[in-house]
Design a protein around this ligand. Sequence first.
Ligand code: NAP
Length: 263
Amino acid sequence: MAYRAALVTGASSGIGEAFARALPDGTGLVLTGRDTAALEALAKDLARPGRDVRVVAADLATDPGRDAVIAAGEAAGIDLLVNNAGLGYFAPVPRNTIAQERAMVEVNVMTPVVLTRALLPGMLERAAKGGTRAGIVVVSSISAFLPVSRLTTYAATKAFDLHYAEALGADLEGQPCDVLALCPGFTKTRFGDRSGMKSWMFHDGADPNDVARAAIDGLGRKRVVVIGSGSILTPLIARLLPRRWANGAVVASMKALKKKAGH
Ligand SMILES: NC(=O)c1ccc[n+]([C@@H]2O[C@H](COP(=O)([O-])OP(=O)(O)OC[C@H]3O[C@@H](n4cnc5c(N)ncnc54)[C@H](OP(=O)(O)O)[C@@H]3O)[C@@H](O)[C@H]2O)c1
């Protein structure tokens, strides 16, 4: 599917940057994040004759930040929305500050909900008029399938993202818009360092370019793409294992991963 213009949140690094790089040269871009220098460098790199590339530096944990991004998406007439920006803190809940807990919910949950609801009508209208299709990607995580201690709130926000995207896809059946939930396993981005996770967890981590590519290829064909470490076992365990054992299974798989990475 060749999209006219895409809005990518969290485009300043990692999987979001990979999304921006993977889209065809003909697709206009609205690149958002907080790191203006990184966004401008990416915009320069991806500029092509006739291509509309815009940068919006905004904090998506705030209403004014979300409003600025929505306005830019509308102005660019996007037909692809990639809800990718996200963050996590690796610690038991009492060790996180309330501000950290709140930021995860604001960016990982509130932002995709508000951006999607605000931008969807215009996206549907343009697609219907042009006889094309719109697309929405919600970046969830492999951690969406199970309760994960030390990533307690983060994993719960990603469970929300997964359920939201799956049900939104069903809400939009018969309408010109495809929805995809992307559930990556460990991926080599800045997320590991920023979240305080251990480097050995990313030993077999996926390349963000492969992750973004799998989502773009899957959009319109699948509703959920699970990719990277644990992508086969985790959804299976989540279905088959009694809930009370689920977190134990996560802890056991972490121990196995640690051993494999030689730690
Ligand atoms: N890496 C993994 O192992 C992994 C696995 C599963 C799912 N994911 C998900 O993948 C998505 C992308 O993460 P990543 O791995 O690419 O990590 P990353 O390299 O840390 O990128 C995170 C992006 O989110 C943006 N962001 C964070 N807080 C923001 C805020 N308050 N306002 C605006 N933008 C904000 C960052 O922008 P600025 O730095 O410019 O603020 C950055 O561009 C996230 O939703 C994450 O949960 C990652």
